[in-house]
Design a binder for this molecule. Structure first.
Ligand code: ADP
Ligand code: MG
Length: 680
């Protein structure tokens, strides 16, 4: 048995179980070892039969006084009833599948039982508890690890699997630098693993957890820092005058909001100064971030400095192109579009023109990341909807020019301290204001029985020439999830709204097909667009005034807010309907919050309160790799220490070439997987 062996080499792991493990990201024995408990069950305190709290899992130690089992061979499952006794009195334990269990229990022996106690008339009862004979090898008492659920595996199977790998711990050597271990008082990995998987004492579990969290965050940071380091970005950058931006703002049909003005002043100061701009611009959906990007890019273009804005989808890129053309064409500034779906000859032309400096403003998707795309004098790089891009994608873009200024834009706010650790020395601007005249979206919670009324309302809006979105949590019906699917709702609406144009778009469709549907919605040819969350990001159709969200309880607050942000973009009153039949606390609370505020910042705060930081600021939000044991917010203090330690190591050995850093390098590669294209 070796640590790099595949899980299929384990006894009892057939193709089906192997697949379940693979789905959970577990491929090798090492992955099993690094699959950590998410929790622990403390089974050290013994309750008495009479004193045990009802309906809560408790541990009881008692003697079996008698057994009752009729053993009727004609019945498949005859119940087995054990009469048990401890110093507090008597109770009974019931198993419905008595046939197999009968033999396992002996009268007059002591057993441990773990489960819920209920009361059947005056009699205390445990139904189907876990059990072990006192003094036997597999004791159910103690502290037990509880693992994240893997379909097809019971907790006991997972525990057994972990136990079987214990012999491999000996081969797991310390790999962190001695200095780091000493400074942070870390225990060695084998000790940590042993205490995490086979806990004997709460303090030791914490010690082990600290070590594992530290090494994971250390690896994460080492990766991030070497990415930044490899960029070798200079501190200085191209600087240029931004008064054109001011002129342009003055020519707009609207006045900038105070938040936009403030953000612009910071951006302008950055761009006019010689220090390289590295700024995060946070602002709610519809707060008008694009116009700020235009002001900056226009200023650069006027001085023949190139700039690029990268968007996560073709549709968004096209939308940007439209606003840029509308706003900048009259000023004699041309904008080009580089996306995968343009013709090969157009692509060739753009690549040539970029290299020769004939293009000043480029709007692009990740197509711009290809190596053959080279700029002549790139001075400003903007990433829109930044959370949709991975670390290495962002890096590839800014690597196009060492001394280009960097602006990243995103809608969902993240705490400043976290932003700094994740993105380096980043300045943060926030646009907290919304354009005036923008009416908040009227949000209502709708019960399924009110659906017809909602449809009547929808019909009226369509009659007025407006458009609507209907978002569903699923693409097609599922056996395991009870929720309305886009397929199903689409069919329904085709019937209900016979005279209207109803269209369907979802993530499983081909990109071309998807784009086609979206484009006809943008053009106003589609009245009702049924979709999954594919429309979540940045699309702007001011004529759409209704957003219906089916099974709203299945969406998080941030997502509901993003979805709602698709409407309320024009001058008309807009509406959002949260359809749900759930009475769950969280669902109701979320609906209440959604109905009471339109501010993304407020919603983010509430979200944090409801779900906790770990969920809200999950790694996926940042385009970072999935973490096994750490929580970026809960372990913020460890993150800071790990970041400092990693910085020291990477500064001395930027490409992790030294012998002593080979283990670290291996771990960085493993953690980032394909998402990292370091020269590591
Ligand atoms: P986001 O911040 O979500 O990217 P956009 O930049 O797409 O928002 O802006 C949404 C809409 O608001 C655009 O149509 C834009 O022209 C308009 N807009 C931006 N700033 C203002 C303003 N100060 N007053 C009125 N409308 C504005
Ligand atoms: Mg935007």
């Amino acid at each position: 048995m070796r640590i790099k062996d595949k899980v299929s080499s384990l006894k009892g792991i057939g193709p089906k179980k192997e697949e379940a493990l693979l789905d959970a990201g577990i491929e090798t024995l090492e992955d099993v070892i690094y699959f950590f408990p998410r929790n622990y069950e403390d089974r050290r305190t013994v309750s008495t039969i009479k004193g045990a709290e009802l309906f809560k899992d408790v541990l009881i130690e008692a003697k079996i006084i008698s057994k009752k089992y009729s053993g009727n061979p004609y019945k498949k499952n005859t119940p087995l009833t054990l009469l048990i006794e401890d110093e507090s009195g008597r109770g009974e334990v019931v198993f419905f599948n008595g046939r197999f269990l009968n033999k396992l229990f002996q009268v007059n022996q002591d057993y441990a039982f773990y489960g819920r106690v209920s009361e059947n008339f005056a009699r205390r009862q445990m139904i189907h508890p876990q059990f072990s004979r006192l003094g036997s090898k597999d004791d159910i008492r103690g502290i037990l690890p509880v693992y994240p659920v893997i379909p097809g595996f019971s907790q006991n199977e997972l525990r057994k699997m972990e136990k079987g790998l214990m012999p491999l711990y000996e081969g797991i050597e310390e790999w962190l630098p001695a200095e780091v271990i000493e400074e942070n008082r870390l225990c060695d990995p084998a000790y940590a693993l042993k205490n995490l998987h086979f806990p004997s004492d709460g303090r030791k579990v914490l010690e082990g957890k600290f070590r594992m969290v530290f090494e994971e965050l250390f690896t994460l940071e080492a990766g991030l820092i070497s990415i930044r380091q490899a960029d070798k970005r200079s501190d200085t950058a191209v600087s240029f005058d931004c008064s054109y931006g001011d002129e342009f703002a003055a020519s707009l049909p609207f006045e900038l909001t105070s938040g936009q003005k403030e953000a612009w002043e910071s951006i302008k100061a950055d761009l006019q100064g010689s220090k390289r701009m590295n700024r995060l611009l946070q602002g709610d959906v519809g707060s008008g971030k694009t116009v700020l990007a235009e002001m900056a890019m226009l200023s650069a273009a006027k001085q023949r400095i190139q700039s690029v804005i990268m968007a996560p989808t073709e549709l968004l890129a096209k939308q940007h192109l439209e606003s840029f053309n509308r706003d900048l064409m009259p000023l004699g500034i041309k904008t080009d579009l580089l996306i995968s779906s343009i013709t090969a000859s157009e692509k060739r032309r753009i690549i040539e023109d970029l290299a020769e400096g004939n293009i000043n403003i480029l709007i692009a998707t990740h197509a711009v990341l290809e190596e053959k795309v080279v700029f002549k004098n790139l001075g400003l790089v903007i990433t829109d909807e930044q959370h949709r891009f991975g670390v290495s994608q962002r890096r590839k873009l800014s690597a196009k020019a060492e001394d280009a200024n960097v602006l990243v834009m995103r809608a969902t706010p993240i705490p400043r301290t976290l932003a700094v650790i994740l993105y380096g020395d980043l300045d943060v601007s926030q646009v907290r204001t919304m354009p005036t005249g923008r009416k908040p979206v009227k949000t209502t919670m709708v019960r399924p029985e009110e659906r017809d009324r909602m449809y009547d309302f929808l019909r009226q809006e369509i009659k007025k020439g407006r458009q609507a979105y209907v978002v569903c949590p699923l693409i097609s019906e599922s056996e395991s999830i009870e929720a309305r699917s886009a397929d199903q709702v689409y069919e329904e609406l085709l019937g209900t709204f016979g005279n209207c144009n109803v269209a369907l778009v979802h993530g499983a469709m081909k990109t071309d097909e998807k784009n086609g549907v979206m484009e006809s919605f943008v053009a106003g040819d589609v009245d009702i667009l049924v979709s999954t969350v594919v429309i979540e990001v940045g699309i702007n159709v001011p004529n759409a005034t209704v957003m219906v969200i089916e099974n709203a309880e299945r969406f998080g607050l941030a997502q509901l807010h993003q979805l709602r942000g698709r409407v309320g973009r024009g001058s008309e009153e807009s509406y959002c309907f949260l359809v749900t039949d759930s009475n769950g606390d969280i669902a109701v609370e979320r609906s209440k919050i959604m109905c009471s505020t339109n501010s993304g910042f407020e919603i983010a705060e509430e979200d944090l309160r409801l779900r906790g930081p770990g969920e809200v600021f999950g790694t996926r939000q940042h385009g970072l790799p999935q973490l096994e044991i750490s929580d970026l917010v809960k372990h913020a203090d460890v993150l800071e220490k790990a970041a400092q330690a990693a910085k020291k190591v990477v500064e001395k050995d930027p490409n992790l070439e030294k012998e002593e850093n080979q283990k670290l390098k291996e771990r960085v590669k493993k953690l980032y997987g394909d998402s990292i294209s370091l020269d590591l």
